[in-house]
Design a protein around this ligand. Structure first.
Ligand code: DAH
Length: 360
């Protein structure tokens, strides 16, 4: 019997000594494989007398079962140990802040963000977006807007002129977005409801003026559009844009050649503690010009002032962006300094919408 006991002990020791799956498999093949030591013993059962088999059979089978069980147990141990080792090695610290991917590292310029914000607000009120060229003819920038040739209002625009072309015509960098009104009225039948955000240019530069700046024009033309509608639209816009429940607005009489009557609009604010707040305070801040579209302008666009009428406004985008986001100086807007952009810029996926929130 001692041969079996020795074999068993030897095999069990080898099983315990196997350090990994491959070593364990080698032990299994050497013991229980086709030509393994235990398999050889089992084969001897066939040539035994029934008495011998009765005695040796259970011993050999018992040996085989114990070796098999020991291998199974060792295999599980090895698998457990391997898993534990992997978990240790691949440990993830879930408390670490996530690393930003390239798609979140860029920044949206505050002007682009504000254009998206105001477009979302006016789109919700039923306005479409119209566009026109930055390089305009004198006709669209001035004449069609009822600035007669030689009128002093032209001088006030600090216009950049391009070199005259062959016909002696001098194009201009548009001084306001109002020429888009003319292009829209000439191209579309009323009712018209558009906003025109875009770049504008004037020869001017200081803390609150840059030679290139941005405006958003608004134009509503139909049979009955009146000043009350205009006040409502502008007030609703200011409340939505500055994200306040109340804004007080002051309409001051003013002059623009293309509107009659004309007004400039101030909104009420407080400047206590060097910080501007809307919906409270005693100060006033000018944000836009507006008025009822002048009959001459309607006529210049082929519309009949006895049939249709409307209102328009022009608002400084840079201005309202500075106010809303507390940016004191306009010049860095156009300096492309990435430190400024990292501070004041917006994340690419913070797309403003009325439902999702305008400013994240
Ligand atoms: N175009 C004017 C400017 O740049 C602003 C303006 C005033 C636009 C009144 C309008 C308006 O449409 O009705 O100073």
């Amino acid at each position: 019997m001692s041969d079996l006991t020795t074999l068993e002990q030897d095999l069990l020791t080898q099983v315990q000594a196997a350090g990994d799956e491959a070593a364990l498999e080698a032990v299994r093949v050497a013991a229980l494989g086709k030509k393994g030591a235990v398999s050889d013993l089992l084969k001897t059962l066939g040539s035994m007398t029934p008495e011998e088999r009765k005695e040796r059979g259970p011993l050999i089978n018992g040996l085989r079962d114990r070796v098999q069980a020991s291998i199974t147990e060792r295999r599980e141990e090895l698998a457990d140990a391997a898993l534990t080792r992997r978990l240790e090695e691949e440990r993830v610290d879930v408390t670490l802040p996530i690393q930003e991917g390239p798609e979140t590292r860029g920044r949206i310029h505050p002007i682009s963000q504000v254009v998206d914000e105001l477009t979302a607000i006016f789109a919700d009120m039923g306005f479409a977006v119209a566009e026109g060229p930055d390089i305009e003819t004198d006709y669209y920038n001035f004449t069609a807007l009822n600035f007669p040739i030689g009128h002093p209002a032209r001088e006030m625009h600090d216009t950049f002129f391009l070199a005259p072309n062959r016909n002696g015509e001098r194009k201009v960098l548009r001084t306001h977005t109002s020429p888009v009104q003319i292009r829209t009225m000439k191209a579309t039948e009323p009712p018209i409801r558009v906003i025109c955000p875009g770049r504008t240019y004037r020869h001017d530069s200081d803390q609150t003026h840059t030679p290139m700046f941005h405006q958003v024009e608004g134009l509503v033309i139909d049979r009955h559009a009146n000043i009350a509608h205009m006040k409502w639209v502008l007030e609703e816009f200011c409340k939505a844009f500055f994200e306040v429940d109340q804004v007080k607005m002051r309409f001051r009489p003013s002059f623009f050649p293309f509107t009659e009557p004309s007004a400039e609009v101030d909104i009420q604010c407080s400047r206590r503690g060097g910080e501007i707040r809307f919906g409270e305070g005693e100060d006033w801040l000018e944000i836009l010009g507006c008025g009822m579209v002048h009959p001459n302008v309607l006529r210049n666009c082929g519309l009949d002032p006895d049939e249709v009428q409307g209102f328009a406004w022009g608002m400084g985008i840079d201005r309202i962006a500075m106010l809303k986001y507390g940016m004191p100086d306009l010049r860095p807007f156009f300096e492309a300094d990435t430190r400024w952009l990292n501070h004041y810029g917006f994340r690419p996926l913070d797309i403003p919408s009325l439902v999702g929130g305008l400013s994240a």
